[in-house]
Design a protein. Structure first.
Ligand SMILES: C[S@@+](CC[C@H](N)C(=O)[O-])C[C@H]1O[C@@H](n2cnc3c(N)ncnc32)[C@H](O)[C@@H]1O
Length: 220
C-alpha cells in the first residue's frame, strides 16, 4: 500500500532489501498480519536494529508494546540491560508477556523486559528509572504528554525515537489529510514543531516506514 511518504517503487525496493527476519520475529510478523495488529514496518525494524547497535543502549523505555515485536528487536540487539514497555490493552499485554517469556526460555537475550499494563501517562508518572533510549509508538495525539512525562527519565546524550510522525503523509501535506484524522494531524504537527525547536535535542525527521523522528539529547 502506498504510504504517501516516499515513491511506492522506492519503498518496495527498500523493503525488499531488508534481510529476512529470524524465525522468532517472523512468527510475530505473521501473527501481527493475521490479526491486523500494527507493528513497526520492516524498514523501521531494520533502522531500530542499526541504531541500537550503534548507540548500545543499556536501558530502553517503550510506549506502545502491542505484541512485543519492537521490544524484542531492541532486546535482541542490546544483549543485556533492561526494557520497560507500556501497553493499555490487556490482551496485548498477555500476548507480549508470552513473547518475552519465549525470548527468555529460548535464551535469546539477557535483557530484562517488563511490560506495564495501563495508560501510558499514568504508568510514566510511576516509573522511577532512567533510560538511554525512549521509543514512542502509541496514540498519535498524545506524543506531547508522553514526551513531557518521559523526558525527565532520558539520560544525558540519550536517544528519543518516535514512530508514525508523518502518518501516511498527512502530517506533511493537507492534500493527504482525511477529515476524521484532523485532530491527530494537528496534534502531531504541533508536537513536531515543539520537538524541532527544542534546543536540548538535535532531531532529524526520516521518511522511513510511517515517518520516524530521531533525536539525540545534548549533554547538559
Ligand atoms: C503501533 S502499536 C505498538 C507496536 C509496537 N511498538 C511494535 O512495533 O511492535 C501501538 C500500541 O500502543 C498502545 N497504546 C496506544 N495508546 C496508548 C496509551 N495511551 N497508553 C498505553 N498504550 C497505548 C495500543 O494499545 C497499541 O497496542
Amino acid at each position: 500500500m502506498d504510504s504517501k511518504i516516499i515513491d511506492p517503487l522506492v519503498e518496495a525496493y527498500i523493503k525488499s532489501m531488508c534481510p529476512p527476519s529470524i524465525d522468532f520475529l517472523e512468527d510475530l510478523e505473521t501473527l501481527a498480519e493475521k490479526y491486523g495488529i500494527p507493528i513497526v514496518q520492516k524498514e523501521t525494524a531494520q533502522f531500530l536494529k542499526v541504531i541500537t547497535e550503534i548507540a548500545k543502549p543499556k536501558s530502553v523505555l517503550e510506549i506502545g508494546t502491542a505484541i512485543g515485536y519492537s521490544a524484542s528487536l531492541f532486546a535482541l540487539s542490546m544483549g543485556n540491560g533492561y526494557i520497560d514497555t507500556i501497553e493499555r490493552n490487556e490482551k496485548m499485554v498477555d500476548r507480549a508477556s508470552e513473547t518475552f517469556k519465549n525470548l527468555e526460555n529460548e535464551k535469546m537475550t539477557s535483557v530484562t523486559i517488563k511490560v506495564h499494563f495501563g495508560e501510558a501517562n499514568e504508568i510514566l508518572s510511576s516509573l522511577d528509572k532512567s533510560y538511554d533510549l525512549i521509543f514512542i509508538d502509541a496514540s498519535k495525539s498524545h506524543y506531547q504528554s508522553f514526551l513531557d512525562l518521559s523526558l525527565p527519565k532520558l539520560n544525558d546524550e540519550g536517544i528519543l525515537i518516535c514512530d508514525n510522525i508523518l502518518y501516511k503523509g498527512m502530517i506533511a501535506s493537507d492534500e493527504y489529510v482525511v477529515k476524521r484524522k484532523k485532530t491527530i494531524v494537528k496534534n502531531m504537527r504541533n508536537y513536531l514543531n515543539v520537538l524541532m525547536a527544542n534546543e536540548d535535542f538535535t532531531t532529524s525527521i526520516l521518511p522511513i516506514g510511517d515517518g520516524l523522528s530521531v533525536s539525540k539529547r545534548r549533554r547538559k
